[in-house]
Design a binder for this molecule. Structure first.
Ligand code: DGL
Length: 268
């Protein structure tokens, strides 16, 4: 199968999923869309997030994607409604979000059954992560906190591990969850794995669930199961589209993905 995998997010966050995908499935072609012109999604209404997500899916569909990954925690909390829009046989394209894979992994790793979640305001307010965890194991206690400033800070270059502003703000958000004695923390926004080192300094003994790793692993399994893996013998190509090709986006992607990734930056 020579079609690419489509991946989307509001900005660079979804690249945490892409990075793991490239590691696990190096022969896959990937088309990525970052909706940088309308980022952040995290404070927007459910209706608007669904609308933006449908437009991203439509774009990736026009790029001939064989499988689409909603590499965004916020979008993944409204994915069921997006799937309804694309339910017609005309589309016939599987779409995977990050909530399910992250919750499954968190429940399997937590020893004291106390799981924390950090994410955007919309993702936390939807209570979708909590709903999915309780469905897997009703005995798990879930504690969550919205972190409205983290994704915009990361998107604007405040992601270096020694950045004091970022560390102080992240600590304010995470501290209340540590007081609840959680042993596992879901990084419920795909931007957060970029600052994993900062978070692990704040919560050194907590297992951190990287939604990028969890989703890429699940995707690899689903592609193999449905016989959709690439036939390519050479390294896959990564094409990045952004609704606003800002300097920040180009710089951040190179910094984050590393030089060795063969990537093409395109105008939307
Ligand atoms: N990376 C996103 C998420 O996983 C979105 C952050 C935002 O746009 O607010 O939720």
């Amino acid at each position: 199968m020579l079609k690419p995998i489509g991946v989307f997010d509001s900005g660079i966050g979804g690249l945490t999923v892409v990075r793991e995908m490239v590691r696990l499935m190096p022969h896959e072609d990937i088309v990525y869309f970052g909706d940088t012109a309308r980022m952040p999604y995290g404070g927007k209404s459910r209706k608007t997030i669904i609308k933006y997500a449908c437009e991203s899916v439509d774009f990736l569909y026009s790029k001939n994607a064989k499988f689409i990954v909603a590499a965004c925690g916020t979008v993944s909390t409204v994915l069921e409604e997006v799937l309804k829009v694309f339910a017609s046989p005309k589309y016939n394209i599987p779409i995977l979000g990050v909530v399910g894979p992250s919750c499954e992994l968190a429940v399997s790793l937590s020893k004291n059954h106390k799981i924390g979640i950090i994410g955007t305001v919309s993702a936390i307010r939807s209570e979708h992560y909590k709903f999915v965890i309780k469905k897997i194991d009703p005995n798990v206690q879930v504690f969550q906190n919205a972190c409205p400033m983290l994704a915009p800070l990361i998107e604007n270059g405040f992601s270096r591990k020694n950045d004091k502003t970022l560390a102080n703000i992240a600590e304010i958000y995470i501290e209340p969850l540590l007081k609840e004695k959680i042993d596992t923390l879901i990084l419920g926004c795909t931007h957060y794995p970029i600052i994993k080192e900062v978070i692990s300094k704040i919560a050194p003994s907590i297992k951190l669930i990287d939604s990028g790793q969890a989703a890429a692993k699940k995707l690899c399994h689903l592609l193999t199961k449905s016989k959709l893996t690439s036939d390519k013998k050479t390294p896959g190509e990564l094409t990045l589209y952004a609704s606003d090709l800002t300097e920040n986006f180009s710089e951040n992607t190179k910094l984050f993905l590393g030089k060795e990734t063969k990537l093409k930056l395109c105008k939307f």
